[in-house]
Design a protein around this ligand. Structure first.
Ligand SMILES: *Cc1c(COP(=O)(O)O)cnc(C)c1O
Length: 364
């Protein structure tokens, strides 16, 4: 059987071992996963109460337009309802965009190392990939601009960037958008937006009127703590949303996911608490790095990329035996780094003590 030839060069996403598998294999009692930037505090307690209301609705299709969530989110995000598109995770919004806009003969510009799904989906659509290396962890926006031509359909920006945690400030973003041709879509992936505290992080929603080729993606998987429900969204001007909508499956987000997301948006005090605790957690890692003289990128997300100047896979294995699953930088383009999701204060302290122990042993 023939599949698209570009599929032959792709590997399916390799899910990490489940926590239960790791527990069993290593005979551990406790295991903490700080590998996928999930919220260590879970989600708002209001979500559970809301979900119970919907348990009897399993036999009926969800609302394909997600009206109730749409209403709530539009108010929260300060946009109109027609400026939103929902996806089965923001992963699916990325897929919808690629499906709608990419084909052989088109090209797409993206930073690297960054979130892998931009490239993955673009490859499937047969578009040419133009990857621009980060410089010191930051997007090289000038280089990205230079690689745009009349066949560039999508430019991807990830801010804060996964895996570095670095962001694009308002001034840089605006001058970039001013230079991009209006027939090239600029996607700003804001999966970690809720965690950002930098004063010069742009209010991208305010830029939508000025830049009709701008689309923002956000998700309920990270700060909102709803990764298992698979729900994310895109924001763009109404006309742009209307032309990409046919590439979305009619019932792509479930009744439960819509209800959970709606309840989660309604509890902003939960998010505020998580953001405060996340900042304190990042400070724990910053002082550790300072003390141990380790290089890291200042992060506006809920994770930190630290350079341990050692084989990241070995350090990863060591932490797993201690009951902590983090992300080795090997597959992320940083072979001597770990990407660690900021956990609870207690988890951060414990993982830091193990990391110190490892560095001590290495020094001997
Ligand atoms: C986690 C993540 C996403 C995808 O999240 P979904 O669960 O699919 O909503 C998108 N972009 C970045 C940068 C991420 O880190």
């Amino acid at each position: 059987m023939d599949v698209k030839k570009q599929l032959l060069n792709l590997t399916p996403y390799q899910p990490g071992k489940t926590m239960d598998e790791v527990k069993r294999e290593l005979g551990l009692e406790k295991i903490v996963k700080l590998a996928s930037n999930e919220n260590p505090y879970g989600c708002s307690p209001t979500v559970k109460q809301e979900l119970i209301q919907h348990l009897g609705k399993a036999a009926t299709y969800p609302d394909g337009y997600a009206r109730e969530l749409r209403e709530t989110l539009a108010i929260h995000a300060g946009v109109s309802e027609s400026e939103l598109i929902f996806g089965n995770g923001s992963d699916e919004v990325i897929q919808i965009l690629c499906r709608a806009m990419l084909e052989p003969g088109k090209n797409t510009v993206m930073p690297t190392p960054s979130f892998p799904q931009y490239k993955h989906n673009a490859v499937i659509e047969g578009a040419e990939i133009r990857e621009i290396l980060l410089k010191d962890g930051y997007h090289q926006l000038d280089e990205m601009l230079k690689s745009i031509d009349e066949n560039t359909a999508i430019v991807w920006l990830c801010s804060p960037n996964n895996p570095t945690g670095t962001y694009i400030n308002e001034e840089l973003l605006v001058s970039f958008l001013e230079e991009v041709p209006r027939n090239t879509l600029v996607v700003v992936d804001e999966a970690y937006k809720e965690y950002v505290t930098a004063k010069d992080y742009p209010e991208t929603v305010d830029l939508l009127k000025r830049f009709p080729n701008l689309l923002i993606t956000r998700t309920f998987s990270k700060a909102y703590g709803l990764a298992s429900f698979r729900i994310g969204y895109g924001i763009a001007n109404e006309k742009l949303i209307r032309i990409i909508e046919p590439a979305r499956e009619p019932f792509n987000t479930s009744t439960m996911a819509q209800a959970a997301a709606k309840a989660a948006v309604g509890d902003q005090s939960f998010i505020e608490k998580c953001v405060t605790q996340n900042k304190e957690g990042l400070e724990q890692y910053y002082s550790f790095c300072l003390e141990m003289k380790l290089a890291y990128y200042p992060s506006e997300g809920n994770f930190i990329l630290i350079d341990f100047q050692t084989d990241a896979d070995l350090l990863f294995q060591y932490l797993m035996k201690k009951g902590y699953i983090v992300r080795s930088g090997k597959a992320l383009g940083y072979p001597t780094c770990l990407r660690i999701t900021v956990g609870t204060q207690e988890q951060n302290a414990e993982i830091i003590s193990y990391l110190k122990e490892y560095k001590m042993k290495q020094a001997i």
